[in-house]
Design a protein around this ligand. Structure first.
Ligand code: HEM
Length: 390
C-alpha cells in the first residue's frame, strides 16, 4: 500500500525552491507517496527517478500520444522513436545550433532592451513570454503577417493538453491544433519549393537525408517543436532569473563574469525546478523502491524531489554555481530533450540581454513573486509572476 501525502503541488508559494525542498523532505521518510492532486504515486528519490527514466520499456511515454500527438516523437518507443530521433539529431547538430545562435542573440537584445526604459515590470508575461515564439518565427522563416496568431494557437493547444478532460478548453484547443497544422503544412510545402537558409530548411533536409520526408512527417515534427519548446523555454528563463534574484550573491557574480551564465542556468534548473517531474505509464507489474506498481497505472517521477536529494546534491538547499550541471531538467535516457542545445542558446542569450539592459535588476519589495507547480499535464511550470525593479 502506497502512503498518501498532502499535495505540495496544489499550493502557491513565494519561493521557487519550496516545492523541491518540501518533496525531498518527504522522500527522506518514504520513497514513494500517493499525491491526490497529481493523481499518481510520486517517486521521490534521485536513484529511483533516474532508473525509471532510463527504462522506457517499463516506464513508457506512450500516454503523450493519447491527444493529438500520436505521431510525435515523445509518444514513440523503440525503433520508431530511434529513427525519428536520428532525423532530429541532424537538425540539432552542433553546426546547426551555432547557426541558430547567430539568429537568436539579436532577438534576445530586441526583446529585453526596452526594459532599460522602465522602472518596474512583471517579467514573465510582459517580456519573457513573448521571446520563444519570436525565436521560432525567425528561425523557421515564418512571415511577420502571422502576428500574434502563432502565440494564440500554441497557448490554446497547450491549455488543452494540460487539461485534456476539461471540455471548456477542448474545442478551442482542437481547432487551434488543426489551424496550426494547416498553416505549418503550407509553410513546409513552400519551403520545399523555395529553399531558404533557415531552421525549416534544415528540418526538411534532415528528413530527406534519412529518407523519411513527407509533408505530414515534417509538419508533425515542427508542431511538436513549437509545443515542446515554448512554455518550457518561458519557464526555464523565468526559473533562471528568479533563482538569481533570490540569490543576490550569485546574481552579482554572474553580472561580473558572463561566463558563469551557463552554470547559473544549470543550477536554476536544479534549485527552482521548472521541470517538476515527468509522468510515465507503467507497462508491466514491477517493483520500484520496494513498492509494487501495477501494469497500466501512471507514476510521476518527481524531479523536483530528486533535485533536493542530499545523497546526490550535498547542501541541496543552497544555490551554488559550482555544481557542474548534473540536473534532470531536460529528462534522462532515450527521451532526453532533443531541443536542449537550442534551449541553452536561447536562455543564455536572453539572460545576457536582460542583465545588460537592467544592471540594477532586483525583486520588487512591494509586490510578491508567485510560484505554482499545479498544471497537471505540463512538463514545465513554476513561475507565475515575477515583479521586478529594473
Ligand atoms: C527550454 C527548456 C526546455 C526544457 C526544460 C525541456 C524539457 C524537456 C524534457 C524534460 C523532455 C523529456 C520529456 C519526457 O521524457 O517525458 C523533453 C523532450 C523533448 N523536448 Fe524539450 N525542453 C526544452 C526546450 C525544448 C525546445 C526548445 C525544443 C524544440 C525546439 C524541445 C523539444 C523537445 C522534444 C521534441 C522532446 C521529445 C524528445 C524525444 O522524445 O526523444 N524542447 N524536453
Amino acid at each position: 500500500m502506497i502512503p498518501a501525502a498532502e499535495s505540495a503541488f496544489a499550493q502557491r508559494s513565494s519561493s521557487p525552491a519550496a516545492l523541491g525542498r518540501n518533496l525531498a523532505a518527504l522522500g527522506q521518510h518514504e520513497p514513494i507517496v500517493f499525491d491526490e492532486f497529481m493523481n499518481a504515486p510520486l517517486v521521490l528519490r534521485h536513484r529511483d527517478v533516474s532508473a525509471a527514466l532510463r527504462d522506457t520499456a517499463t516506464f513508457s511515454t506512450r500516454f503523450y500520444g493519447m491527444g493529438p500527438m500520436s505521431a510525435a516523437m515523445i509518444a514513440l518507443d523503440g525503433p520508431a522513436h530511434h529513427g525519428l530521433r536520428r532525423v532530429h539529431n541532424r537538425f540539432f547538430s552542433a553546426a546547426a545550433s551555432a547557426k541558430y545562435a547567430q539568429a537568436v542573440v539579436p532577438i534576445a537584445r530586441r526583446t529585453f532592451a526596452p526594459l532599460a526604459a522602465k522602472t518596474e515590470v512583471e517579467l514573465v508575461e510582459e517580456s519573457i513570454a513573448r521571446y520563444p515564439m519570436e525565436v521560432f518565427l525567425t528561425l523557421l522563416g515564418i512571415p511577420d503577417e502571422l502576428g500574434d496568431q502563432g502565440l494564440a494557437w500554441v497557448r490554446a493547444i497547450i491549455t488543452w493538453l494540460g487539461s485534456p478532460m476539461d471540455e471548456s478548453v477542448a474545442a478551442a484547443g482542437q481547432q487551434a491544433y488543426a489551424q496550426l497544422s494547416a498553416y505549418t503544412s503550407t509553410l513546409v510545402q513552400q519551403e520545399r519549393r523555395d529553399r531558404g537558409d533557415n531552421m525549416l530548411g534544415e528540418i526538411i533536409r534532415a528528413f530527406e537525408a534519412e529518407d523519411a520526408y513527407s509533408v505530414e512527417s515534417v509538419t508533425t515534427a515542427v508542431v511538436s517543436l513549437l509545443l515542446g519548446g515554448f512554455e518550457t523555454t518561458i519557464q526555464m528563463m523565468s526559473a533562471t532569473v528568479s533563482s538569481l534574484l533570490f540569490n543576490p550573491d550569485a546574481l552579482a557574480r554572474v553580472q561580473a563574469d558572463g561566463s558563469l551564465a551557463e552554470a547559473a542556468i544549470d543550477e536554476a534548473f536544479r534549485w527552482a525546478n521548472p521541470t517538476a517531474g515527468l509522468y510515465r505509464l507503467v507497462m508491466r507489474d514491477v517493483e520500484l523502491a520496494g513498492t509494487a506498481l501495477a501494469a497500466g497505472s501512471m507514476v510521476y517521477l518527481c524531479i523536483a524531489a530528486a533535485h533536493f536529494d542530499e545523497q546526490v546534491y550535498p547542501d541541496a538547499g543552497t544555490f551554488r554555481l559550482d555544481r557542474r550541471g548534473t540536473h534532470l531538467g531536460f529528462g534522462l535516457g532515450p527521451h532526453y530533450c532533443v531541443g536542449a542545445p537550442l534551449a541553452r542558446i536561447e536562455v543564455a542569450a536572453a539572460l545576457t540581454a536582460l542583465l545588460d539592459a537592467c544592471p540594477g535588476l532586483r525583486l520588487d519589495p512591494d509586490a510578491q513573486p508567485r510560484f505554482h507547480y499545479g498544471a497537471r499535464g505540463f512538463v514545465q511550470h513554476g513561475t507565475e509572476a515575477l515583479p521586478v525593479l529594473t
